[in-house]
Structure formats: structure tokens, C-alpha cells
Design a protein around this ligand. Structure first.
Ligand code: SF4
Length: 603
């Protein structure tokens, strides 16, 4: 049996689309419901090679209207995290629908329908939008694009957008073993399963402005001015693949599906017979050199699916330069992320909902997939305030623009898991001059040109080239990030005649009380009026208050959350933080957060 594919080339894309579908459509469409399943998986400008061209859509609508079709739906369901109707609008397709009087639809607005897969290899069932199953005629209208995981994405792969909402990620998370001697990857066999229940009647492939390289969204547009159509979508896809200069063997799902449907290049007849004048060798994703390497961003993303990878590539592409002068960050993405790796990593950041179970360990960027600009915000601390425990009494508070360290004792700190050289700070709040608090203040402040806040006496321990903001107990200094108040602490300062202090840090509307080293003081009761968000209190005993007094301190301060510190760094201050948490929460109602070294709390 021959499979006919019509190929048209030229600048009038709407007219070519009209003629292409006219040449292959054999249905009597009178009064029928037609679904034009376009590709608007991502939000992008019209004719940028990412979404189906509105001109091509217009040509196909015109054909079905002239033939007397009933209800005509034009729609897609975008990748998770992108609003489908917004994507249709930004691609210019909503305007075409309004102009022609047809419906522009989010496929997720239809009821879901669970389809069993007969002889499913990788999946037994798939939840779909009911839109393609309620329609009499389904036309798949992809853009001709390379794809970093499937080699290319054409009319068959385009139908994956009919999967209902988050079900779309199902084919990226397959765990069944592959058949013996596999001829593709899990996703390829998953797509083969998919086609057993969801297969379009026609394909109209938009090859007007295509994409090569890191498709489906991060590649380079290629103007080819081609539209092709077929009543056997696998045949149309094979012809499109040939025009792209990509061997069928490199596109596993098309290899499997075309074989299963009895389609090969020998069974295809094209008009014109020789389409080679319209072809061009596309750079595949594997051949693309995007120069996206960053020394400052380490990716731990082996178990992430293609949607997360696409987001990470876009993040690197557009935002990696924002990190060139700063610290190293480690991005974790995918379902196999583990706690030990996160705790060992430099500046870990969790990206994607698959990592949500660890979100108390490190800053977390939600999304499935996540949005690239949100990844940047999370890394930069722009998504809110995070407090990270660096060991003993050292904490880092990070906001959009500031990185503030409390008592940066890292070198020689047996609890620390980062080197002082790897930590940067705009500001250091130093409570007193004992070695386990003064620590690396000078080296960090010198390297990062940080401003050190300290009492007059403690500041006298610092070299002259260090920028200092001196204060004294009770004093308040307004700052660019909010403010710093010097608070009493009952403890030696390490400087004759000087006092140790605690700090009240105000930043982006949050109040963080850092007690430093102190015994219980009645002055703490005054802090109740401050409505403190988080109190960082020592519980080690011997040199500071112990757990019992720390619980009393919580009763007096009444913070929303408390984090214990200054314990278990050495035998003399061994304590059970879990017991402290139980008693604090039982007796005060304040939530107690025990941070492991490297863990963060987001506010
Ligand atoms: S969070 Fe990322 S890796 Fe996980 S399913 Fe979603 S897109 Fe894929």
C-alpha cells in the first residue's frame, strides 16, 4: 500500500497549508467535529520555530470551513507549568481563531479519559484529554523540530500534548524494563504504546519556520517555507525527517511506530516526487554546540526528565552569566536525588517538583517543569529569604541581593562542610571575638569586601582594612537590606572591657533574632513585642544557656520558629536537639526546626 504525502514550498504559508490538506483529506467532513491539534507546548512568539505558525493554522481552518465542517477546535495542552491559553495567544493562534470564528481551546479543559493500552510495553493506561476522542477528525499540526530526547518531534510526537495535565510527565518516568534487544529508549516505546490508542487522522506538518539544535524550545529557528500533509501521519513524519536530513535510525519512536504501521520510505509516494530541493541538513541536538558550560553551576540532573532538562538548558542559556563572578551552585533535579548528595554539595538548590521531598534541605524551585527565570530567582535568593546552617553558630541568611553571615567560624570547625574560601558575604554580623565566632571573619570580609557589624570593642580586633559598622547594645543601624539592632548577650567578648552581643536582623520584612553566645536573660522578654519570625538560640550549655533555659527563652521571646545552635560541635556541648524540639513545641507551641549542617529554612 502506498502512503501519499503532499509537499508544498513557498512564501504563502496559509495557501500552501490549504492546498496540502486539500490534497490528502478523504473524509466527508460535513457537519463533523474537527480538532486541529497544534503545537504550543511552550509560550513563544509567532513564527519563532517553537509553535505552529498561525498562517498554517489559518489555511487548514479555511479548508475545513469551506468543506462544511461542524465544530472546529484548535488547541493544545502546554507543558506542565505553562498556561495553554496564554501559549496559544502568544503564538498568534488565538487571533486566527477569533478572526475565523472557531474555538481556541485548552485541551485540559475537557474531561479526562483513562485509556487502557492493549499490549502496552511501557504503560498499561494513559489519562487523556477527551477532546481527540470526542472529535470526528483529528489533524496533528506540529512544527518541524529537532528534539533533544526523541531526535525529532513531528506529528506523532505532537499528539503527546493530548495527555491530560500532569499525565504528560508519565512517559518520561517509565520504570518497566525495555524489551530484549531494544531499538529505542523507554520514551520511544512509551510513545509506541501511546499511538495504540491515540493516533491522528491527518498530519499537516509546519515546516515554514522550523527549529534545529536544542529543540523543542532551546534551538535555532530555520526558515524552510515548507508545508507537507499526509493521511498517514507516520508517512508525513518520515518525509519531514528526510527534509531535515535526519536518518530514521536516530529517531527511535518513529522507527518503531512506522514499522508497526507498515510505513517505510518504500511505501511513500510524494508530490513532487523529488523534494530534495526543499531539504536542508538540520543540526541535531546531539550536534549542537550551545556553549552552555558554566564553571559556577554544577548540574546533578541525571534522573530529570526532558521537561526539566529543557528548563535547565533555558536557564543556562539565558541566566548563566549572572553567576559568573559568584560562588559555585549545585542544581539537583529529578526523582533520584538523595539527601547525602544534597548535604555534601556546594550551595545546593532543588529544581522541580520531583525534589520537593527535600525542600527543607535547600532552596527549592517548584514546578513540573520549573520556569527558568524562577530557577535563577531561587539560586539568587530572590524567591524569598533562606537561612542556611553552616555549623556551630554560623548561619547564612540569603535574600535577593544580600548574603549575610552570622559568626563565620568555618576553618577548624569540625561541624562545617564548606571551606571559608567558598563562602561569600555582603555582610557579616559578628557577636564577639572568641575564636569559634570570629573564625574566618577577616579572610571572608577581605575577599568579599563585606561590611562587618560588631560592637566597638569587638571591632577593635579587626584589621584596619576591614569595613566595619560599629555599634553598641541597644543601638540600631538602618541598612540597605533593612536594619541591624545590637542586643544584650551575657557572655565574654574576648576583648577586655567589651561586651558580647546578639543581633536582631531585619531583612525584607522578616525579623531574625541571633542570640549569639548567651545565658538566659530577662531582657529576652522584651523581644516578644518584635514579633520575631525566627530565633536562633544556643542550647549547648556550659558556655551558653542549655536546652532547659533555651525553652524558657522561647517562652519569653515567642518567635514563630526557633532553630537551635551551638551544640554538638565538641563533647563539652553535646545535647539532644530532638529532645529540645519536643519540649519546646510541647511547652511553648513554637515550631522548632533542627537544621543539619548545610540545610536551609526558607521564609
Ligand atoms: S519535576 Fe522535572 S523531572 Fe520531575 S517530572 Fe516534573 S519536569 Fe520531570
Amino acid at each position: 500500500m502506498k502512503h501519499f504525502v503532499k509537499v508544498l514550498h513557498g512564501p504563502d504559508h496559509a495557501e500552501n497549508a490549504y492546498r496540502a490538506i486539500s490534497a490528502v483529506c478523504t473524509h466527508d467532513v460535513t457537519g463533523k467535529q474537527v480538532l486541529l491539534k497544534v503545537n504550543t507546548g511552550f509560550k513563544a512568539e509567532p513564527r519563532s520555530g517553537i509553535c505552529t505558525s498561525p498562517d498554517v493554522v489559518e489555511g487548514v481552518i479555511r479548508y475545513f470551513q469551506e468543506k462544511g465542517a461542524g465544530r472546529i477546535l484548535v488547541g493544545d495542552s502546554s507543558i506542565v507549568g505553562v498556561d495553554s491559553l496564554e501559549a496559544l495567544a502568544s503564538a498568534g493562534i488565538r487571533d486566527v481563531c477569533e478572526k475565523t470564528g472557531v474555538e481556541c481551546v485548552d485541551l485540559n479543559s475537557f474531561d479526562p479519559v483513562d485509556k487502557k493500552i492493549p499490549g502496552g510495553i511501557m504503560v498499561d493506561s494513559i489519562l487523556f484529554s477527551s477532546a481527540p476522542f470526542e472529535s470526528d477528525i483529528v489533524v496533528s499540526m506540529p512544527v518541524m523540530k529537532t528534539h533533544m530526547y526523541t531526535g525529532a518531534t513531528l506529528s506523532i510526537k505532537n499528539m503527546k500534548g493530548c495527555m491530560y495535565k500532569r499525565e504528560k510527565t508519565k512517559l518520561h518516568r517509565l520504570s518497566k524494563p525495555l524489551p530484549p534487544d531494544p531499538r529505542g529508549r523507554s520514551l520511544d516505546y512509551g510513545l509506541l504504546d501511546f499511538t495504540k490508542v491515540c493516533y491522528p487522522d491527518y498530519a499537516v506538518v509546519d515546516g515554514t519556520v522550523c527549529m534545529e539544535g536544542f529543540g523543542p524550545s532551546g534551538g535555532t529557528p530555520v526558515q524552510l517555507d515548507v508545508v507537507l500533509a499526509g493521511s498517514e501521519p507516520a508517512a508525513a513524519d518520515l518525509v519531514a525527517l528526510k527534509l531535515m536530513g535526519i536518518p530514521l535510525e536516530e529517531v527511535g519512536h518513529l522507527l518503531l511506530i512506522s514499522e508497526a504501521r507498515g510505513v517505510s520510505y518504500d511505501t511513500i509516494e510524494t508530490d513532487p516526487a523529488d523534494c530534495s530541493p526543499y531539504s536542508r541538513k538540520f543540526i541535531t541536538a546531539g550536534e549542537a554546540r550551545l556553549g552552555l558550560h558554566s564553571d559556577k553551576i554544577v548540574m546533578e540532573d541525571e534522573s530529570a526528565c526532558s521537561a526539566c532538562h529543557a528548563a535547565l538548558i533555558q536557564f543556562l542559556r539565558y541566566h548563566r552569566h549572572d553567576f559568573e563572578d559568584g560562588e559555585v551552585y549545585t542544581i539537583f533535579s529529578g526523582k533520584d536525588v538523595n539527601k547525602d548528595d544534597i548535604l555534601k554539595a556546594k550551595n545546593p538548590c532543588l529544581v522541580g517538583n520531583c525534589t520537593a521531598r527535600f525542600k527543607d534541605l535547600a532552596p527549592f524551585c517548584r514546578g513540573c517543569p520549573p520556569i527558568p527565570s524562577e530557577i535563577k530567582k531561587t539560586l539568587k535568593g530572590e524567591a524569598g529569604i533562606s537561612i542556611t546552617f553552616l555549623g556551630h553558630s554560623c548561619f547564612r541568611v540569603r535574600s535577593k541581593e544580600y548574603s549575610i553571615l552570622f559568626d563565620p567560624f568555618l576553618t577548624g570547625n569540625p561541624a562545617a562542610n564548606v571551606n571559608a574560601d567558598d563562602v561569600s558575604a555582603t555582610t557579616i554580623l559578628l557577636t564577639h571575638g572568641h575564636g569559634d565566632h570570629l573564625g574566618d571573619t577577616v579572610s571572608i570580609a577581605r575577599r568579599c569586601r563585606s561590611t562587618v557589624f560588631a560592637t566597638v570593642e569587638t571591632a577593635s580586633m579587626l584589621p584596619e582594612d576591614i569595613k566595619v559598622e560599629k555599634g553598641q547594645i541597644g543601638g540600631y543601624i538602618r541598612t540597605d537590606f533593612g536594619g541591624v539592632k545590637f542586643l544584650p548577650a551575657f557572655h565574654g567578648s574576648g576583648v577586655a572591657g567589651g561586651l558580647a552581643c546578639g543581633f536582631l536582623l531585619e531583612i525584607e520584612g522578616k525579623k531574625i533574632y541571633f542570640a549569639g553566645d548567651t545565658g538566659l536573660t530577662v531582657e529576652m522578654s522584651l523581644l516578644a513585642e518584635e514579633e520575631i519570625d525566627v530565633a536562633l538560640l544556643p542550647i549547648g550549655d556550659r558556655f551558653t544557656m542549655g536546652p532547659k533555659d533555651a525553652v524558657r527563652a522561647v517562652s519569653m521571646i515567642r518567635p514563630k520558629k526557633v532553630i537551635p545552635m551551638h551544640y554538638n560541635t565538641m563533647p563539652a556541648i553535646e545535647q539532644d536537639p530532638q529532645r529540645f524540639k519536643e519540649i519546646t513545641e510541647r511547652d511553648t507551641g513554637t515550631e522548632c526546626i533542627i537544621l543539619a549542617v548545610g540545610e536551609s529554612l526558607s521564609l
